[in-house]
Design a protein around this ligand. Structure first.
Ligand code: FES
Length: 56
């Protein structure tokens, strides 16, 4: 499922990046370019990071 439509980034790509060590929006932005256009996906990206933090 696409989380960031502007950049065509899926939730799987975001999860993979988080598993691989991305632990902030800044990391995700650098790696995947998410939330760099309209910013609408920012909240969803953050909640994926938080989900992972809680389950780690
Ligand atoms: Fe991610 Fe627009 S949906 S920047």
């Amino acid at each position: 499922m696409y989380v960031c439509l502007c950049k065509g980034v899926t939730d799987t790509q975001i999860r993979d990046a988080v598993t691989d060590g991305a632990c902030s929006m800044r990391d995700l932005r650098e790696r995947l370019d998410v939330a760099t256009q309209c910013g609408k996906c920012g909240r969803e990206c953050k909640s994926i990071i938080n989900e992972y933090r809680q389950s780690a």
